[in-house]
Design a protein around this ligand. Structure first.
Ligand SMILES: [Zn+2]
Length: 444
């Protein structure tokens, strides 16, 4: 096996990475740009860097995406990246400034080092190394830069309406080795228009199992007694009870404890609200949704998960938010039909909120086989290809998978304070990407 990456490539990659890390490119919508001026600026800067490396570039005039392409040929190999980041969060938890990258104790530290500016630059300079080695691309390689990944994916949505889709590719926005299957994601609302004597709001993000669900009102004594009876944890504060659950990502819903469902059970007979009855009798404390869907699972990606993520009871309307992650070989229509039937039975109005199609590239597909082989040869790690309930841009095009850049030995610091990546891991990911791109996109 050749080694394509030299110290020069490592240094150049780090220099460019530092440049793009210095943009606070989290969503801050304004009047001139769809996602904010810092996102627009990091997109322009990244395209300028790729131009300097010999890529042809294009920026969407509306600022939704950009891409950089190199090589010739009928086929298009995509590297699906994103340049937006999540906000820095609580600054007092950071030991350095999140948008002033520093190198310390063998780490590069800044928001975006792991997710996803680091992996983007590692893959970009891997291509540079192939070209410097005199290799010839037998297809076009296109880096597609999304800028709304951390929110609504409006960037790739727009890209797919207007631009050429990939023949195959990968998203360097996950962990090694290869994620070949990601469950389908369907988020829905169930509503009932009925009056309530009290109001209640529980749950935050749709992708989290709710940790708290509080009731305040006249039945507080009875509900507390019921919670004791059921053996559910709660906190009592004067005229309020706060049911305590256990928060996990929606994709792991069976490992969590859903505070909304528990509160609905405890309110029980006191309220004939249809949504609460639905939670109590149909959803139950069953994150597999057996009463709605029956047993839904497949060999490739495991079981369906269901999370009652949000609940809002207002004077004239009650709304429940459900997050469903379903196996890759199951049709969306099947899931929707089951939900509609359940809603109708319960007297609720069904409404789709968000949907992301599943990802599935079979294990014996040449893309997966090649990426797995490169990873195993380079690292000696023989772990199997991964299934995830999470979501990467790999879902937005056929024949794409998620591939790196987090290595098994590196800790996941993305989205948290002091986001960082070890330089050694960064260089190893460059090495893996170079060999992978060599096998998949170069003349032999
Ligand atoms: Zn990401």
């Amino acid at each position: 096996m050749k080694t394509f990456i030299s110290e020069k490539h490592q240094n150049e990659a780090i220099a460019s990475l530092k440049t793009i890390l210095s943009y606070p490119s989290y969503l801050q919508e304004d009047d001139e740009t769809p996602f904010g001026k810092d996102i627009q600026a990091v997109l322009e800067k990244t395209l300028e860097i790729t131009e300097g490396l010999g890529f042809r570039t294009y920026i969407d005039p509306d600022g939704y995406y950009g891409y950089a392409e190199i090589g010739e040929g009928e086929e298009l190999f995509a590297v699906l990246c994103h340049l937006d980041v999540v906000p820095p969060g609580n600054l007092t938890l950071w030991d350095s400034k999140p948008f002033e990258p520093i190198i310390k104790d063998g780490y590069i530290i800044a928001r975006g080092t792991e997710d996803d500016k680091g992996p983007t630059m590692a893959a970009l300079y891997a291509v540079k190394a192939l070209l410097d080695a005199g290799e010839t691309l037998n297809k076009r390689v296109r880096f597609i830069f999304g800028v709304d990944e951390e929110n609504l994916w409006r960037c790739l949505g727009r890209y797919n309406e207007k631009e050429e889709k990939a023949t195959m590719g990968f998203a360097p926005d996950s962990t090694f080795p290869v994620t070949f299957a990601e469950k389908g994601l369907l988020q829905v609302k169930m509503r009932s228009q009925e009056t309530s004597a009290y109001t209640l709001k529980a749950g935050g993000a749709m992708n989290v199992v709710p940790e708290d669900a509080a009731y305040e009102g006249e039945w507080v004594e009875a509900i507390a007694a019921e919670l004791d009876q059921l053996g559910f944890k709660y906190e009592r504060n004067g005229n309020a009870v706060n049911v305590k659950g256990k928060s996990v990502h929606s994709k792991n819903a069976p490992d969590g404890i859903n505070a909304i469902v528990r509160l609905a059970k405890a309110i029980g007979a006191h309220d004939d609200n249809k949504v609460l009855a639905f939670l109590r009798d149909v959803v139950q404390e069953d994150a597999r949704g057996l009463a709605i869907f029956g047993e839904v699972q497949d060999e490739a990606s495991g079981m369906l998960t269901l999370n009652a993520a949000t609940l809002s009871i207002e004077e004239n309307e009650t709304v429940l938010g459900l997050d469903i992650r379903y196996p890759v070989t199951i049709e969306k229509d099947f899931i929707v039909e089951k939900l509609e039937t359940a809603a109708e039975k319960a007297g609720l109005i069904y409404e789709e909120y968000d949907f992301i199609a599943p990802l599935y590239v079979p294990l014996d597909h040449p893309l997966v086989e090649n990426l797995m082989a490169v990873y195993q040869e380079k690292t000696g790690d023989m772990s199997e290809a991964l299934v995830s309930g999470g979501a990467t841009f790999a879902r937005t095009m056929d024949n794409c998978v998620a591939f790196g850049a987090q290595l098994p030995q590196s800790e996941a610091t993305l989205h948290g304070p002091n986001e960082r990546v070890a330089l050694a891991d960064f260089y190893q990911s460059m090495d893996i990407y170079a060999e992978a791109l060599y096998r998949l996109t170069c003349e032999k």
